[in-house]
Design a protein around this ligand. Sequence first.
Ligand SMILES: [Fe+2]
Ligand SMILES: [Fe+2]
Length: 271
Amino acid sequence: MTSVNIASLTDLPTLPLILRSLFEVLQDEKSTFVDIANVIKHDQSLTEKILRVANSPYFGHTGKVNTLEQAIMFLGYDLVKGICLGTSVFRFLGRNERERLGKLWQHSYEVGIIAANISDHVCNIERGICFVSGLLHDIGRVIFITLHKEKYLLMLSSDKIFLKEKEVFGIDHPAAGGNFLENARLPEEIVCSVRYHHKPSMCTRYRETSSVISLAEALSRSFFPKIEDDGIWTEEHDAILLELSLDEGKIKKVREKAVEETAAMQELFTV
Ligand SMILES: [Fe+2]
Ligand SMILES: [Fe+2]
Protein backbone atom coordinates (compact mmCIF):
# COMPACT_ATOMS: atom_id res chain seq x y z
CA MET A 1 0.00 0.00 0.00
CA THR A 2 1.25 3.46 -0.84
CA SER A 3 2.02 5.51 2.21
CA VAL A 4 -0.14 8.64 2.13
CA ASN A 5 0.29 10.70 5.24
CA ILE A 6 2.21 13.68 6.49
CA ALA A 7 5.40 11.60 6.65
CA SER A 8 5.17 10.80 2.93
CA LEU A 9 5.04 14.53 2.21
CA THR A 10 7.71 15.55 4.72
CA ASP A 11 10.05 13.01 3.11
CA LEU A 12 9.94 15.07 -0.07
CA PRO A 13 13.13 17.16 -0.32
CA THR A 14 11.22 19.91 -2.14
CA LEU A 15 8.69 20.48 0.65
CA PRO A 16 8.49 24.25 1.31
CA LEU A 17 9.54 25.43 4.76
CA ILE A 18 6.11 26.87 5.51
CA LEU A 19 4.43 23.49 4.99
CA ARG A 20 7.10 21.69 7.04
CA SER A 21 6.62 24.17 9.92
CA LEU A 22 2.85 23.96 9.62
CA PHE A 23 2.93 20.16 9.88
CA GLU A 24 5.19 20.37 12.93
CA VAL A 25 2.83 22.73 14.73
CA LEU A 26 -0.27 20.76 13.76
CA GLN A 27 1.23 17.47 14.92
CA ASP A 28 2.39 18.91 18.24
CA GLU A 29 -0.43 18.35 20.69
CA LYS A 30 0.89 21.12 22.94
CA SER A 31 0.77 23.78 20.23
CA THR A 32 -1.61 26.70 20.59
CA PHE A 33 -3.09 29.29 18.26
CA VAL A 34 -0.09 31.55 19.03
CA ASP A 35 2.25 28.88 17.57
CA ILE A 36 0.22 28.57 14.38
CA ALA A 37 0.06 32.37 14.09
CA ASN A 38 3.88 32.46 14.34
CA VAL A 39 4.16 29.99 11.45
CA ILE A 40 1.64 31.79 9.27
CA LYS A 41 3.41 35.13 9.86
CA HIS A 42 6.41 33.85 7.90
CA ASP A 43 4.27 33.52 4.79
CA GLN A 44 3.00 36.87 3.62
CA SER A 45 0.40 35.62 1.16
CA LEU A 46 -1.03 33.13 3.70
CA THR A 47 -1.18 35.91 6.30
CA GLU A 48 -3.02 38.18 3.87
CA LYS A 49 -5.40 35.37 2.95
CA ILE A 50 -6.35 34.60 6.56
CA LEU A 51 -6.88 38.30 7.31
CA ARG A 52 -9.00 38.78 4.19
CA VAL A 53 -11.11 35.71 5.03
CA ALA A 54 -11.56 36.99 8.61
CA ASN A 55 -12.66 40.39 7.30
CA SER A 56 -14.97 39.07 4.59
CA PRO A 57 -18.71 39.53 4.97
CA TYR A 58 -19.16 35.78 4.31
CA PHE A 59 -17.65 35.06 7.72
CA GLY A 60 -19.66 37.86 9.29
CA HIS A 61 -17.05 40.59 9.68
CA THR A 62 -16.59 43.97 8.08
CA GLY A 63 -12.94 44.95 8.13
CA LYS A 64 -12.07 45.12 11.81
CA VAL A 65 -9.73 42.16 12.18
CA ASN A 66 -6.15 43.48 12.07
CA THR A 67 -3.93 40.74 13.46
CA LEU A 68 -3.54 37.03 12.84
CA GLU A 69 -4.25 36.28 16.50
CA GLN A 70 -7.57 38.16 16.25
CA ALA A 71 -8.35 36.36 12.99
CA ILE A 72 -7.77 32.94 14.59
CA MET A 73 -9.88 33.86 17.62
CA PHE A 74 -12.63 35.08 15.34
CA LEU A 75 -12.60 32.36 12.66
CA GLY A 76 -11.74 29.53 15.04
CA TYR A 77 -8.63 27.39 15.19
CA ASP A 78 -10.08 24.58 13.03
CA LEU A 79 -11.14 26.84 10.18
CA VAL A 80 -7.73 28.54 10.11
CA LYS A 81 -5.95 25.18 10.20
CA GLY A 82 -8.17 23.96 7.35
CA ILE A 83 -7.54 27.01 5.17
CA CYS A 84 -3.77 26.85 5.82
CA LEU A 85 -3.57 23.14 5.03
CA GLY A 86 -5.78 23.35 1.93
CA THR A 87 -4.08 26.36 0.37
CA SER A 88 -0.51 25.33 1.31
CA VAL A 89 -0.80 21.76 0.05
CA PHE A 90 -2.39 23.04 -3.15
CA ARG A 91 0.23 25.76 -3.62
CA PHE A 92 2.92 23.11 -3.24
CA LEU A 93 1.85 21.72 -6.65
CA GLY A 94 3.72 24.56 -8.33
CA ARG A 95 2.46 27.27 -10.61
CA ASN A 96 1.97 25.18 -13.78
CA GLU A 97 0.07 22.42 -12.05
CA ARG A 98 -1.97 24.93 -10.06
CA GLU A 99 -3.11 26.56 -13.26
CA ARG A 100 -3.94 23.17 -14.73
CA LEU A 101 -5.68 21.98 -11.58
CA GLY A 102 -7.19 25.23 -10.36
CA LYS A 103 -10.63 23.78 -11.02
CA LEU A 104 -10.00 21.03 -8.47
CA TRP A 105 -9.43 23.68 -5.79
CA GLN A 106 -12.48 25.57 -7.05
CA HIS A 107 -14.48 22.34 -6.71
CA SER A 108 -13.17 22.04 -3.11
CA TYR A 109 -14.39 25.43 -1.91
CA GLU A 110 -17.64 25.09 -3.86
CA VAL A 111 -18.36 21.87 -1.93
CA GLY A 112 -17.46 23.76 1.29
CA ILE A 113 -19.95 26.51 0.44
CA ILE A 114 -22.71 24.07 -0.57
CA ALA A 115 -22.14 22.03 2.63
CA ALA A 116 -22.31 25.17 4.80
CA ASN A 117 -25.61 26.12 3.17
CA ILE A 118 -27.08 22.62 3.58
CA SER A 119 -26.14 22.79 7.28
CA ASP A 120 -28.46 25.80 7.67
CA HIS A 121 -31.37 23.38 7.09
CA VAL A 122 -30.12 20.63 9.41
CA CYS A 123 -30.33 20.77 13.21
CA ASN A 124 -27.27 20.36 15.43
CA ILE A 125 -24.66 20.61 12.71
CA GLU A 126 -22.03 23.32 12.80
CA ARG A 127 -21.72 25.49 9.70
CA GLY A 128 -17.96 26.05 10.19
CA ILE A 129 -17.21 22.33 10.49
CA CYS A 130 -19.22 21.68 7.30
CA PHE A 131 -17.36 24.42 5.43
CA VAL A 132 -13.89 23.14 6.43
CA SER A 133 -14.81 19.50 5.78
CA GLY A 134 -16.06 20.48 2.32
CA LEU A 135 -12.98 22.58 1.64
CA LEU A 136 -10.71 19.64 2.53
CA HIS A 137 -12.89 16.76 1.29
CA ASP A 138 -10.71 16.00 -1.75
CA ILE A 139 -7.32 16.75 -0.18
CA GLY A 140 -6.49 13.08 -0.76
CA ARG A 141 -6.63 13.76 -4.51
CA VAL A 142 -4.25 16.73 -4.18
CA ILE A 143 -1.83 14.54 -2.22
CA PHE A 144 -2.02 11.82 -4.90
CA ILE A 145 -1.17 14.45 -7.51
CA THR A 146 1.74 15.71 -5.38
CA LEU A 147 3.17 12.23 -4.91
CA HIS A 148 2.23 10.53 -8.19
CA LYS A 149 1.38 13.26 -10.67
CA GLU A 150 1.60 11.43 -14.01
CA LYS A 151 -0.31 8.36 -12.85
CA TYR A 152 -3.01 10.39 -11.15
CA LEU A 153 -3.67 12.88 -13.92
CA LEU A 154 -4.63 9.99 -16.20
CA MET A 155 -7.49 8.99 -13.91
CA LEU A 156 -8.62 12.49 -12.87
CA SER A 157 -11.88 12.59 -14.83
CA SER A 158 -12.87 8.94 -14.42
CA ASP A 159 -16.23 8.16 -12.82
CA LYS A 160 -14.67 5.00 -11.40
CA ILE A 161 -11.99 7.04 -9.69
CA PHE A 162 -12.13 5.19 -6.32
CA LEU A 163 -11.61 1.81 -7.96
CA LYS A 164 -8.74 3.14 -10.02
CA GLU A 165 -7.13 4.80 -6.98
CA LYS A 166 -7.36 1.56 -5.01
CA GLU A 167 -5.97 -0.41 -7.92
CA VAL A 168 -2.98 1.89 -8.40
CA PHE A 169 -2.27 3.20 -4.87
CA GLY A 170 -3.92 0.56 -2.67
CA ILE A 171 -6.08 3.26 -1.04
CA ASP A 172 -8.75 5.66 -2.34
CA HIS A 173 -8.76 9.45 -1.93
CA PRO A 174 -11.38 9.65 0.88
CA ALA A 175 -9.30 7.25 3.01
CA ALA A 176 -6.03 8.96 2.06
CA GLY A 177 -7.48 12.40 2.92
CA GLY A 178 -8.93 11.11 6.20
CA ASN A 179 -5.58 9.60 7.22
CA PHE A 180 -3.76 12.78 6.30
CA LEU A 181 -6.08 15.02 8.34
CA GLU A 182 -6.03 12.62 11.29
CA ASN A 183 -2.26 12.83 11.14
CA ALA A 184 -2.54 16.64 11.19
CA ARG A 185 -4.76 16.33 14.29
CA LEU A 186 -7.83 17.96 12.83
CA PRO A 187 -11.05 17.28 14.78
CA GLU A 188 -12.49 13.79 14.42
CA GLU A 189 -15.72 15.16 12.93
CA ILE A 190 -13.79 16.66 9.99
CA VAL A 191 -11.62 13.54 9.63
CA CYS A 192 -14.69 11.24 9.53
CA SER A 193 -16.59 13.48 7.10
CA VAL A 194 -13.66 13.46 4.69
CA ARG A 195 -12.97 9.74 5.12
CA TYR A 196 -16.58 8.78 4.31
CA HIS A 197 -17.57 11.53 1.90
CA HIS A 198 -18.31 9.01 -0.84
CA LYS A 199 -19.89 6.40 1.47
CA PRO A 200 -21.52 8.22 4.40
CA SER A 201 -23.57 5.13 5.36
CA MET A 202 -20.27 3.53 6.49
CA CYS A 203 -19.68 6.38 8.95
CA THR A 204 -20.67 5.41 12.48
CA ARG A 205 -19.77 8.63 14.29
CA TYR A 206 -20.74 12.01 12.80
CA ARG A 207 -22.94 10.30 10.25
CA GLU A 208 -25.03 13.45 9.62
CA THR A 209 -22.04 15.68 8.97
CA SER A 210 -20.59 13.06 6.66
CA SER A 211 -23.95 12.86 4.84
CA VAL A 212 -24.00 16.65 4.41
CA ILE A 213 -20.51 16.65 2.85
CA SER A 214 -21.39 13.72 0.60
CA LEU A 215 -24.61 15.42 -0.51
CA ALA A 216 -22.73 18.68 -1.14
CA GLU A 217 -20.26 16.83 -3.34
CA ALA A 218 -23.05 15.10 -5.30
CA LEU A 219 -24.94 18.39 -5.73
CA SER A 220 -21.78 20.17 -6.88
CA ARG A 221 -21.96 18.23 -10.15
CA SER A 222 -25.32 19.76 -11.03
CA PHE A 223 -24.61 23.20 -9.49
CA PHE A 224 -21.05 23.66 -10.79
CA PRO A 225 -20.21 20.89 -13.29
CA LYS A 226 -16.57 20.49 -14.26
CA ILE A 227 -14.28 17.69 -15.41
CA GLU A 228 -12.47 17.79 -12.06
CA ASP A 229 -15.56 17.26 -9.91
CA ASP A 230 -16.20 13.77 -8.55
CA GLY A 231 -19.75 14.24 -7.38
CA ILE A 232 -21.53 11.07 -8.41
CA TRP A 233 -25.20 10.87 -7.39
CA THR A 234 -26.11 7.50 -5.87
CA GLU A 235 -29.08 5.94 -4.06
CA GLU A 236 -27.43 7.01 -0.80
CA HIS A 237 -28.07 10.63 -1.72
CA ASP A 238 -31.79 9.98 -2.29
CA ALA A 239 -31.88 8.46 1.21
CA ILE A 240 -29.98 11.44 2.71
CA LEU A 241 -32.55 13.89 1.28
CA LEU A 242 -35.28 11.95 3.08
CA GLU A 243 -33.31 11.46 6.33
CA LEU A 244 -32.45 15.15 6.60
CA SER A 245 -35.89 16.31 5.37
CA LEU A 246 -34.40 18.28 2.51
CA ASP A 247 -37.16 18.92 0.00
CA GLU A 248 -36.92 20.52 -3.43
CA GLY A 249 -37.57 24.01 -2.04
CA LYS A 250 -34.67 23.77 0.44
CA ILE A 251 -32.28 22.43 -2.22
CA LYS A 252 -33.30 25.31 -4.50
CA LYS A 253 -32.41 27.77 -1.74
CA VAL A 254 -29.08 26.00 -1.15
CA ARG A 255 -28.32 26.31 -4.85
CA GLU A 256 -29.22 30.00 -5.07
CA LYS A 257 -27.08 30.93 -2.06
CA ALA A 258 -24.19 28.72 -3.18
CA VAL A 259 -24.14 30.33 -6.65
CA GLU A 260 -24.16 33.81 -5.14
CA GLU A 261 -21.52 33.03 -2.48
CA THR A 262 -19.20 31.15 -4.82
CA ALA A 263 -19.03 34.16 -7.12
CA ALA A 264 -18.21 36.38 -4.12
CA MET A 265 -15.64 33.98 -2.66
CA GLN A 266 -13.76 33.20 -5.87
CA GLU A 267 -11.22 35.96 -5.41
CA LEU A 268 -10.81 35.18 -1.73
CA PHE A 269 -9.86 31.58 -2.31
CA THR A 270 -7.71 31.83 -5.40
CA VAL A 271 -4.32 30.21 -4.69
FE1 LIG B 1 -14.21 13.01 -3.50
FE1 LIG C 1 -14.99 16.10 -4.68
